[in-house]
Design a protein around this ligand. Structure first.
Ligand SMILES: Nc1nc2c(ncn2[C@@H]2O[C@H](COP(=O)(O)OP(=O)(O)OP(=O)(O)O)[C@@H](O)[C@H]2O)c(=O)[nH]1
Ligand SMILES: [Mg+2]
Length: 222
């Protein structure tokens, strides 16, 4: 029986190790901020000038090297989150399920669209609330703030200072990107991927401490 328990412990350990090598990153934000463009730029080095709003969500994948490991990243490019007349988030049922599916989040706004920036704080609060309801995790999930369309900086309405201030309040990183010029796009995905990788490793470590405890208890029984 003890042999079986030890076997289970090792197979769980193996499962969790592979769990670290699979990631699901979700992009969220208002319409037209460039969520799809960032995704296609990073995954396929392509970007379209046409505006075609995403319906529900599209999933894309890419294999990357992170922290000397091969990691398979799945990206969920989600349809726009709208705000209602009272400036609250008007989220659809699907958005809740995408947030439950996600492990790390890129909150994207456009530096030339103040409204898209205005919803960021409410969006983060919702993500944390939904994740907490889903898995009782008290820590906020890995998240970064992304200001896209940096190539249009002459028309910017959101300054770097404003965005950095919000990121400081969230205790997270702010990255300014341009899907059009391929500026900082890889950096943004690498940043969120690394955060998630470390986050999962920490989780794995916590789990290992529990296993050691179980194993010690097994020995006492013997
Ligand atoms: N100048 C500039 N335009 C961009 C950039 N990224 C996206 N766009 C343009 O902005 C428009 C909207 O881009 P999308 O990627 O479709 O935006 P989205 O956030 O996916 O929009 P929804 O699917 O409606 O939520 C398109 O016309 C893009 O060509 C950028 O970095 N710079
Ligand atoms: Mg889209």
């Amino acid at each position: 029986m003890i042999k079986n328990q030890t076997k289970n412990i090792y197979s769980n350990k193996h499962r969790l190790a592979s769990f670290c090598k699979q990631q699901r990153i979700v992009l969220l934000g208002s319409t037209g901020v460039g969520k799809t463009s960032l995704t296609t730029r990073w995954c396929y080095d392509e970007m379209s000038d046409q505006t075609v709003s995403t319906i529900f969500a599209d999933e894309h994948g890419k294999d990357v090297r992170l922290k000397r490991s091969n990691v398979s990243v799945s990206i969920l490019d989600v349809s726009a989150i709208r705000h209602d007349d009272d400036d609250d988030l008007a989220m659809m049922t699907e958005h809740y399920s995408y947030i439950r599916k996600g492990e790390a989040f890129m909150c994207v706004f456009s530096i030339v669209d103040s409204n898209s920036f205005q919803i960021m704080d409410k969006l983060r609060t919702e993500i944390i609330r939904i994740r907490h309801e889903f898995d009782y995790e008290t820590r906020p999930p890995p998240m970064i703030l992304v200001g896209n369309k940096s190539d249009l900086s002459s028309q910017r309405t959101i300054s770097k200072e404003m965005a950095n201030k919000l990121a400081d309040q969230w205790n997270c990183i702010y990255v300014e990107t341009s899907a059009k010029d391929d500026h900082n796009v890889s950096a943004a995905f690498k940043t969120i991927g690394t955060l998630l990788y470390k986050w999962k490793k920490k989780m794995l470590k916590r789990q290992c401490v529990n296993w050691k405890h179980i194993r010690r208890n097994d020995c006492t029984v013997v």
